[in-house]
Every structure is written in structure tokens, then in C-alpha cells.
Design a protein around this ligand. Structure first.
Ligand code: ASP
Length: 722
């Protein structure tokens, strides 16, 4: 009997170890053996995490906020997320006179909360598997481009049907290249307001989320609130709107979080690459991340230099600069991880093992053929790689270039029937798109933008003969000197109306003809570019069609070989990661403790960015000894903690909950050694970084005296605490 029980425990624990690898979809969570999850530390039934029939459960409190993750934390629509996830709202309202990026913000009344033009929150309602439906739609397509088009048409139909219900926002997501297609039904709340953000020197202490260092220690938190119309429906901003009452919100844990505790990270991880072939990973390693380091490195230097000279310009480019810094550092981390973990080599070994296994089994012969064909098409795409990289990075650089190209594309697409346009230009997305173009004006700093434009042109002029961009050759021929190019760019800007918000708003509504007639020089350049961009987009669509036909066949063989549940790659959809609070050893002889504390904040304080702790914090820290948020075991106030969560970019702001589903932290990062986990999971270094919820509560209580806000979070006043 004892032996049997021990055996059972062993089986469950092995399952538990497996469950730590993977970002599981809500339906997958329910497929787990409940005993396995219990053995890990789950204290609520798995159905409490997600109820597919009702669209309720813990996960319904986990929402998406502009590409980040977040959660409802009060009955009155309060949303907790990272400071760096609400940075856009801070920027919207910051000026040199009222620099809330630097100073932080607290609304003491609802009237003081700051609305945002662009931040929206989506709440998950249902997930429906529509794989068969999509496959049926693609059957008989004459080639891969036709296949792509058939899939995308069916996708739009499904989304339109789903959105015919009032106030729905729906999205079809492809998992691992088409192994599965899931239709997600969500509710979108467009009125989101800023309630609280700490000063930058707390929210980004040590550099902020996306630095991938342990131990920061950072207060990467912020609070927003969602509003709805007085009748309770999602609505655009109006002063008459009322706080949204979420169906489910997370309770803040009253139990101290400790080393070894079970936690779950709920959120919306963006992109990972574990289902790629080794050859495709090689492209990420040898081209994609290398070029990113180079390109973004140059742009960062440029923006930094310009910001130093001009404070207003500095505020304008702050959010873009932050994104670039984040991507740049991330790319470096991926490269570092590739080298250290020999990720491509390991993946290739695994792939070869599957291929050998499949070769012996006739039922998998199609999978083997699919892999070879995929490789063949992939190699073909490499021929114009450098040029395509520049095309792909138009949106990340000069706004003038981006606006001009997007206007040209938009007016053409708008002349087509709605269902034939790319998603971004469909009627349902236009309001959002125009708001984005509007908001981007706030980030526009002409002097810097011209330099970004020049950098893109210079790179385009250096492309090999076989990958030339015709528009660049025409407007900036090889005979021009660098100085002449600079002058020509200045003239383009000078004579164009594209960078003027009102003109741009006008242009968006124009016909192709009237836009052409304007003879705006930037637009003329963009028209010229568009001819090649259209071919580039078509080639990408064809490739997507190829992937959807071939990758699923290969992935199914990989999964059959694994013989265990495999979580699909991240794709921006809601996932759960099961984890434990745990330190790690980054290198020989070194062990990183799982908690950082307020002591670390003070120890690191230099008075200079990024370690310039505000005086208010340093004063409050003198009394931390008596704070109810201090951890008795640590003898300190916990600030950040490490756990074994399998996370990635997009997981920022993810609620981290304990075995009872109570909020214990907010995820904001991974450790440096783990940045390349996007390509493979390594339990020894798989650590995510979260801010401990007690640090947020302490800050609100001791620094900001935010009594009302704490009350809304159901935190009783200090005196009534035992
Ligand atoms: N900092 C990332 C984010 O913004 C999280 C991560 O890379 O782990 O989503």
C-alpha cells in the first residue's frame, strides 16, 4: 500500500514537473489530471480556473491591456498591471509643466482619474475550436496564396458572426502554424482611466521591466480603472460613464508568499518560437536578432542624443525609446541564450530524432515530407531577407515614413469591399487605427524623425544589387552624396503635409485619385515604394499559406513522439503557467535568492538614474520595521520575487496568484539567462520576475496614503489588522 502510494505520488510529481513547462491554454488546463495540479500546490478545483460553458472562473479576471496583461482587482473595475504597461497613458498626460512620467500620479477622487485615448481592455468570454471549419474552407485551394486567402476570408466571416452579438470583440488565433484554430470571444472596454502610477524612480527603479536582470528591485506596478455606460455597456469615454463591475476580480492574498510556494501566472504571452524548425531558429539567431541589435542600437543612440538636447522632444519620444530599448535588450538576451544554451543545436538533435522515428512509421510519412517541403520554401525566403527586414521595420522607425506608406495602402484598401481588406483596414478596425495615428502625433519629434528616416534610407542604399528597393534608388540614387541625401530628406519633410495631424486626418478619408493629385513628396515616395511593398506582402501571405499547410503535419509528429501534452507556442492568447517561487543559480558557485527586499532598494540607491529612490520612499523606509506588509520570515519588505513561470513578452502585468487563486504579485520580467526561453525551456534557469503585491500595498499605504484606493482593494485599515 505504502509502495503504491509512493508510486502514485511519483507519477503525479513527474506530471507536475512536466506541467511547469508550457503556457497552457484554458481548455488544456481542464485536461490536466487534477491530482497532478494538486500535487503541485493548486488548492482550488481546476474548473475554478476556467469554466468553458459559462466563461467564468479565475481566468475571466485576467484581461489584456494594449498588448500587456492585467487583472481586475476590485468590484469597482480597478485593474492592476505594470507601470511599463500604462506608460502610454502617462505619456499622453505628461508635459514639461506636469511631468507625471517622472513624478507619478494618484487620483484621489474618480473625477481626477485620467482618461486614455488608446488604452483598451479586453475581457475573455469564450474559446471555440474552429479548426475543422478553417480546414474545410482551405480545402481545394489552388496554391498556397489561394489557401491563405481562403483561410483569411473564413476567419473574417467567423469573426463577423461572433461580433454580431452586441459589444463583442472577436479574434481568430492560429496555434503552432495551424495545428489548431481558436475563435476567441471577448468584450472590449474602451474607456480606461489612469488611477495610480508611482514615480518613474520607483516604477522603473533599476531600469524597469524589460531589463531582464535579477535583482532589480523594481516597483513595476500601476492601477487603472475600466468604465462603461450608465446602463453597464462598453462605451467610449464619456464623463457620464460609471465604473465597470467585473464578473470576477482577484482577491489580494492575506497570506505571506514564501520560497517554494505554488503560483500561477495568468496572462497573454505574445510570441515564442519553440515550434519552429531548427533551420528557422538559425535564421532568428544569425539574422533576425543580430540585425535588431544593430538597427535598434543605432536608433536608440540617435533618440537618446536628441532627447538630451530637447526636453520636449525627449518626452515625445520617451515611449518609442522605451520600446526600442526593450526590443534591443531582448535581442541581445536571445543571442546570449542561444550561445549559452546551444539552443539551435539541441533543437536540431531533437528534430532529427523525431525525423528518424517518423521515417520508420508509414503513418508519419507525410509529416516527414512536409518538413522537407517547408525547409525548401523557407530557404527561398532567405534570398531577399535583408530587404524584407527593412520593410518589416518601417513601423518601428520614422513616423513620417510609416504614415506615408500606411496612408497610401489605406486609401487603396478602402476602395475594396470590407471583407477583402487586410484586417487592420476593415471598418471594424478603422476607428482604432485612426486613433492610433492621432496619438502617434504626441510621439512625433521632427528632428529625430528625420534622422530615423535617414538611417532607413542609408541602410536601403547599402542593400546588395539583388535586393534593391526601387523607390530608394529613384529618389536617392547612388550618385548622391550623404549630404545631398540629408538635404533631400529635409526637403521631403519640408514640403509634405503628412506629418501634420489635420492634413493626415483629411488624407485618410480621400480617394486614391485625390491623394495622388496632392503630389505630396513624401506620399510620392510612398507610392513608389508601395509597388514593391505589395509584392512583399503577397509573398508573406503565400508563405503563411505554406506554413498553414505544412507545419501542422510536422508538429503532429513531434507531439506524437513526445507522448505528453505539449503547450502551443505563445500567440497573444490567454494562457496559464504553473510555477513555484524559487531561486536559481545563474552560474557556477552563485545562487540567487528568490526575494529582493526594500533593503536592496536602499542599498542600491546612488541618487542617480536608474537608482535614484525618491525621498518619500526613503523616508517611509525608516518605519518599515513596523509595517504590516513586512515579511516576518524575511524580516524585510519583499519587493520582487522569482518563480519558475514559463513566460515571455506580453506576460508583463500578468497577475501571479497562489494556490487559492489570490493575487500575490504582478509579473514583469524574466531573468537574463531565461530570455531565450522563447526557443526552448530549461528548468534550471526558467525564472520569471514579479513584483510582490505587498510592495504595492506598502507604497500605497506608507508613501501615498491612498486610503480610499486601499479600501477599494478590500485592504482593511491598518489599525483593524491583527
Ligand atoms: N518585460 C516583458 C513584457 O513587457 C516580459 C518578459 O519579457 O518576460 O511583457
Amino acid at each position: 500500500m505504502v509502495v503504491l502510494r509512493a508510486l502514485l505520488l511519483l507519477v503525479l510529481l513527474q506530471g507536475a514537473v512536466r506541467a511547469e513547462e508550457g503556457k497552457w491554454t484554458p481548455p488544456q488546463v481542464l485536461e490536466f489530471n487534477p491530482g497532478t495540479l494538486q500535487a503541485m500546490g493548486l488548492r482550488i478545483p481546476p474548473e475554478e480556473i476556467w469554466s468553458p460553458s459559462k466563461g467564468t472562473g479565475l481566468l475571466s479576471a485576467a484581461v489584456n491591456i494594449g498588448g500587456c496583461s492585467a487583472s481586475f482587482v476590485s468590484a469597482t473595475g480597478l485593474i492592476a498591471t505594470n507601470h511599463h504597461c500604462i506608460f502610454g497613458i502617462l505619456q499622453e498626460h505628461s508635459s514639461t509643466d506636469n511631468n507625471i512620467i517622472r513624478d507619478g500620479f494618484l487620483a484621489r477622487t474618480r473625477q481626477q482619474e485620467l482618461p486614455s485615448r488608446t488604452t483598451r481592455v479586453t475581457v475573455p468570454l469564450a474559446f471555440t475550436d474552429v479548426t475543422e471549419d478553417i480546414e474545410r474552407a482551405a480545402t481545394g485551394a489552388s496554391d498556397d496564396l489561394a489557401r491563405y486567402r481562403a483561410i483569411s476570408r473564413r476567419q473574417k466571416e467567423l469573426v463577423a458572426a461572433c461580433e454580431s452579438k452586441p459589444h463583442r470583440r472577436c479574434r481568430l488565433s492560429q496555434f503552432d502554424g495551424g495545428v489548431q484554430y481558436i475563435l476567441q470571444e471577448m468584450m472590449e472596454l474602451p474607456d480606461v482611466r489612469l488611477v495610480y502610477a508611482p514615480p518613474r524612480a520607483i516604477g522603473e527603479y533599476g531600469g524597469g521591466g524589460g531589463k531582464w536582470v535579477w535583482a532589480p528591485p523594481t516597483g513595476d506596478f500601476g492601477i487603472a480603472r475600466a468604465y462603461v455606460s450608465p446602463s453597464g455597456e462598453p462605451a467610449e469615454y464619456s464623463p457620464n460613464n460609471v465604473p465597470y463591475l467585473p464578473q470576477r476580480f482577484l482577491q489580494i492574498s492575506q497570506k505571506p508568499l514564501r520560497d517554494g510556494d505554488f503560483v500561477m501566472v495568468l496572462g497573454y504571452p505574445g510570441v515564442t518560437y519553440r515550434s519552429l524548425l531548427a533551420k528557422e531558429m538559425e535564421e532568428r539567431r544569425d539574422l533576425f536578432f543580430q540585425r535588431r541589435v544593430d538597427l535598434y542600437g543605432e536608433w536608440i543612440e540617435l533618440l537618446n542624443a536628441m532627447s538630451r538636447e530637447d526636453e520636449k522632444g525627449g518626452i515625445a519620444v520617451a515611449a518609442d525609446l522605451k520600446t526600442l530599448l526593450n526590443r534591443h535588450k531582448n535581442a541581445q538576451g536571445q543571442l546570449d541564450g542561444f550561445r549559452r544554451g546551444s539552443l539551435v543545436e539541441k533543437h536540431r538533435e531533437m528534430e532529427d530524432r523525431v525525423a528518424t522515428w517518423a521515417a520508420d512509421r508509414p503513418e508519419w510519412s507525410r509529416a516527414v515530407a512536409a518538413r522537407s517541403e517547408l525547409l525548401h520554401h523557407f530557404e527561398e525566403r532567405l534570398v531577399t531577407w535583408e530587404r524584407d527586414f527593412l520593410f518589416d521595420n518601417i513601423a518601428a522607425g520614422s513616423k513620417a515614413l510609416y504614415w506615408a506608406t500606411v496612408l497610401v495602402q489605406m486609401v487603396q484598401e478602402r476602395e475594396k469591399p470590407d471583407m477583402e481588406r487586410p484586417e487592420a483596414f476593415m471598418e471594424r478596425n478603422l476607428p482604432r487605427f485612426t486613433t492610433l495615428l492621432h496619438r502617434q502625433q504626441k510621439s512625433y519629434f521632427e528632428a529625430a524623425d528625420q534622422q530615423l528616416f535617414a538611417s532607413w534610407i542609408r541602410r536601403a542604399r547599402n542593400l546588395p544589387v539583388s535586393q534593391r528597393i526601387r523607390a530608394v534608388d529613384k529618389f536617392f540614387p547612388a550618385s548622391m552624396t550623404e549630404e545631398q541625401v540629408r538635404d533631400a530628406i529635409q526637403q521631403l519633410y519640408h514640403n509634405s503635409r503628412v506629418t501634420d495631424l489635420d492634413s493626415r486626418n483629411q488624407m485618410i478619408r480621400e480617394s486614391v485619385d485625390s491623394l495622388r493629385k496632392r503630389q505630396d513628396p513624401l506620399l510620392q515616395f510612398a507610392w513608389e515604394l508601395e509597388a514593391q511593398l505589395a509584392d512583399f506582402r503577397e509573398a508573406s501571405h503565400r508563405w503563411e499559406g505554406t506554413v498553414s499547410r505544412l507545419r501542422p503535419q510536422w508538429r503532429k509528429a513531434v507531439m506524437a513522439y513526445a507522448g505528453k501534452p505539449v503547450a502551443p507556442d505563445a500567440n497573444g492568447t490567454l494562457r496559464v503557467s504553473f510555477a513555484h517561487v524559487k531561486g536559481y543559480s545563474p552560474r557556477d558557485g552563485v545562487y540567487y535568492q528568490p526575494f529582493t527586499t526594500l533593503r536592496g532598494v536602499l542599498e542600491k540607491h546612488t541618487g542617480k538614474d536608474p537608482f535614484d529612490a525618491p525621498e518619500t520612499l526613503r523616508n517611509a523606509a525608516r518605519n518599515v520595521e513596523h509595517s504590516r506588509w513586512k515579511d516576518q520570515e524575511l524580516g524585510e519588505l519583499a519587493v520582487n520575487f522569482l518563480a519558475t513561470g514559463d513566460t515571455t513578452g506580453g506576460n508583463s502585468g500578468s497577475p501571479v496568484v497562489n494556490g487559492y487563486g489570490e493575487l500575490v504579485g504582478l509579473n514583469f520580467d524574466r531573468v537574463w539567462e531565461n530570455v531565450a526561453n522563447d526557443f526552448g525551456y530549461n528548468p534550471a534557469i526558467a525564472r520569471n520576475v514579479s513584483v510582490d503585491i505587498r510592495y504595492l500595498l506598502w507604497t500605497l499605504e506608507e508613501i501615498d496614503k491612498a486610503t480610499e484606493l486601499l479600501g477599494e482593494l478590500q485592504v482593511a485599515p491598518a489599525t483593524t489588522q491583527p
